[in-house]
Design a protein around this ligand. Structure first.
Ligand code: SF4
Length: 63
């Protein structure tokens, strides 16, 4: 799965970075995906998606 962040929805709360810091990093109050492949190797992406308060994170299947 690859994570996508909708920056229009993101409020920069930092939850995704706290849960999954190797994949998400908040820069200028918007979450950036710093390692799109990172979800392949760990389980924290689902937790980040579930804990985003504005549902800005989507996990998409690898093509
Ligand atoms: S958890 Fe959601 S709202 Fe919070 S920084 Fe991450 S993407 Fe943005």
């Amino acid at each position: 799965m690859k994570p996508i962040v909708d920056e229009d929805l993101c409020i920069g709360c930092g939850a995704c970075e706290e849960i999954c810091p190797s994949v998400f990093q908040v820069v200028d109050e918007k979450s950036k995906v710093i390692d799109p492949e990172g979800c392949e190797f760990q389980d924290c992406c689902e937790a980040a998606e579930e804990n985003c308060p504005v549902e800005a994170i989507t996990l998409v299947a690898n093509a």
